[in-house]
Design a protein around this ligand. Sequence first.
Ligand code: HEC
Ligand code: HEC
Length: 393
Amino acid sequence: MPPALPKPPPPYLNAMTQQDDAGGAAVVRVWDRGVRAAHWLLVLGIAASAWSGFVLGRTWLAWHLAVGVGVLAVVFWRAVWGVLGPTHARFAAFVPHPAALIAHLRGLPRRPRMRHAGHNPLGALMVLALLGVPALLGASGAVALGGMLKQGPLRAFLSYDLGHGALGWHRALAIMLLGLIALHLAGVALESWRGRENLVRAMLTGDKPAAPPFVPVTPARARPRLAAAITACGLGAASLGTVALAALPARGVPPAVPDPLYAEQCGACHLGFPPSLAPAATWDRLLGDLRHHFTADATLSADQVAQLRAWLDANAAEHWDTLPAHLLRTPAADGSLRITDTPGWRRRHRAIAAAVFSAPPVYRRSACEACHADAASGRFAPQRIALPRPGAG
Ligand code: HEC
Ligand code: HEC
């Protein structure tokens, strides 16, 4: 009797079942290149965002922003691919019906008889969270950037206080994302053990062993060209929109009206401190005694003092919605007139060793411009901070 013909594979595996490279057991292509690229780019991007945000601090903001924009682009691509990708890439294939989710939870204690080729119901919820939370991080980051630093596409619309609130959310979401990632890793470990398969390798190679059997899903054909076109148009439109919006004047940043007398007299011995760095009351008191101006005599005529007083009052911190104006607005409790004695200044420069300030090329705390390339503008953007090497120059 001739040997029985092997049974044809079930239709949902038809196109996907193949021998693995070693000619061994049959494997099924589950994760296409689009899904795998998105997954590993997100791993890299989120790790770099977390590192630059939590560990490196605000002087790395330029990197943090670049990586964050990259993460958003990948999330956008993955969302498009979730509608136009092949079977297991599609949201429709894995976003679970509540009943399926409950059944899955009930079955967790037992070893499964059927595996999910794509995401299982719990894993699917995690995928949605791991795409949604980075998107919210991007949104809250843009609000914080626009409101607090008057940078980016939202700079024309948002107040400092709103940006400050958004930064709180940004931090909370970032911590939440790290927690979700820990849960995701635990889930992968658990499912790898329960299903006796290596899910990490599957996300690297794209393949899973064809046995034991999979829960059937409706196959779908990928539309890669359409997906690439939509992604390119979406990202292009977002870039153009960002450039156009970022060109609008920033909210709460009045156009600079320089005063020649101030530049000449108050810029003679040190940086002509931008008036937005102190409240009007501080400037008034400072002008009240120029003879005993810290360690110098900066005496001016009564007319000159009156002119400077009017200009400083009109441009003092109260009239600005910038970060330095908010940070330095509260004067020192001991009545010191120094910007460098305000609680805000002290807080922000706490981590810098005293020796950095006293050594060349800085020499003193008030030499803002030694570390802040944009000090004269009053902006003090984190991207423009560079700590000089002590002893240089
Ligand atoms: C003759 C030189 C001289 C002139 C002119 C002068 N200053 Fe000063 N200023 C100093 C010195 C010296 C200090 C103390 C610097 C230090 O110890 O870091 C100082 C400190 C300051 C500080 C505090 C900086 C800090 O540590 O936070 C402010 C604010 C300031 N000056 C504003 C002004 C204004 C406004 C004018 C114009 C009316 C002016 N200065 C003119 C010499 C001068
Ligand atoms: C020795 C270098 C140095 C000097 C001098 C210096 N700063 Fe800074 N400043 C820094 C560094 C570094 C940071 C970032 C600290 C951090 O990572 O949080 C900073 C942060 C700031 C910030 C907050 C920026 C932000 O977006 O969070 C402000 C505002 C600021 N400095 C104002 C001043 C002013 C005003 C002066 C002069 C009176 C001054 N700094 C002098 C190094 C300096």
